[in-house]
Design a protein. Structure first.
Length: 80
């Protein structure tokens, strides 16, 4: 899904929360501007049953720290 650029926050603006997907809002905690393009850290608050479809990243790694929730997902093709 392509997200129109007008809905995306400025990568250097870390003071606000944005809702790009209904039921999911995020704020940028550490931007690529502050890390020299090495990584970005987001805080995401999502409604129950809201989540990202299964997908792969060819060049990037993706890590999640779940602070409060119940979750399920797939790692190396196995549901956990």
């Amino acid at each position: 899904m392509d997200i129109p650029a007008r809905n995306l926050p400025d990568a250097g603006d870390e003071d606000g929360w944005w809702e790009v997907t209904p039921g999911e809002r995020f704020t940028i905690r550490t931007s690529i501007a502050k890390t020299g393009g090495r990584y970005t850290m987001l805080e995401i608050v999502a409604a129950p049953r809201n989540g990202v479809p299964i997908h792969l990243h060819g060049q990037e790694e993706e890590h999640f720290l779940v602070l409060e929730a119940s979750s399920s997902g797939s790692a190396r093709g196995n549901w956990r």
